[in-house]
Design a protein around this ligand. Structure first.
Ligand code: FAD
Length: 108
């Protein structure tokens, strides 16, 4: 349904924008808030199957949020988004380019 797609595009814009604005050296409190946000986001996301699959993905080994720096967190979000891309049969995004897409802007 189109509203699931619009919700998704708007949500990824918010999530990647949060990583782009994230500090290079976040305080322990900021890191805790960020993990709490992601946990609550995965529970409140208003598409039931999306939320439930995302929660399952978060609990798989190696998928726990990496929030120790902007670089780590931006890459982690890119990997989370790629997991959904793969599930939906979409192309994977090159995570070396997450910052270009969401923070500094494309060079060309
Ligand atoms: P989107 O996937 O919305 O991406 C928007 C833009 O982000 C792209 O145009 C590209 O420039 C950029 N981008 C793409 N991949 C990456 C990446 N890996 N890292 C950084 N930037 C990237 N939809 C469903 O139908 N079923 C689901 O189960 C589902 N689960 C979702 C779970 C979550 C947590 C979220 C936020 C969304 C989910 N969606 C789901 C929505 C889905 O991911 C898409 O948002 C929607 O299908 C629209 O896709 P799109 O092709 O327009 O681009």
């Amino acid at each position: 349904p189109p509203d699931i797609e619009q919700l998704g595009r708007a949500s990824w814009t918010l999530l990647h924008s949060i990583t782009a604005a994230y500090p290079s050296n976040p305080s322990p409190a900021k890191q805790t808030e960020t993990r709490d946000f992601l946990s609550l986001f995965s529970k409140l996301y208003p598409c039931h199957t999306c939320a439930s699959d995302f929660q399952t993905w978060l609990k798989e080994g190696r998928n726990a949020p990496r929030v120790s720096s902007r670089e780590e967190f931006g890459r982690w979000m890119c990997e989370a988004h790629n997991a959904v891309n793969v599930k939906l049969g979409k192309e994977k995004f090159d995570c070396d380019r997450w910052e270009e897409r969401w923070r500094t802007g494309w060079k060309d």
